[in-house]
Design a protein. Structure first.
Length: 68
């Protein structure tokens, strides 16, 4: 990701094949919060990620390849 990112995990809650994280982060001096829901397959690999941003946020464009 471009910019100067600093992350702090506030809370992670998991049960069976689902988990939720609450992350506080700062990028280029701007404070933000992200809530993310994860779904896992039987092998423990992430199959779905859904992000919620309580405050409006335009993520900077990514450079290079995306995760496969």
């Amino acid at each position: 990701f471009p910019g100067d990112w600093h992350l702090r995990v506030e809370r992670v809650v998991a049960q069976d094949r689902q988990a939720t994280s609450w992350v506080a982060f700062r990028v280029d001096g701007q404070q933000q919060t992200a809530i993310t829901f994860f779904t896992f397959d039987a092998a423990g690999l992430i199959t779905e990620i859904v992000d919620f941003w309580p405050e409006p946020y335009d993520a900077p464009p990514r450079a290079g390849p995306t995760l496969q």
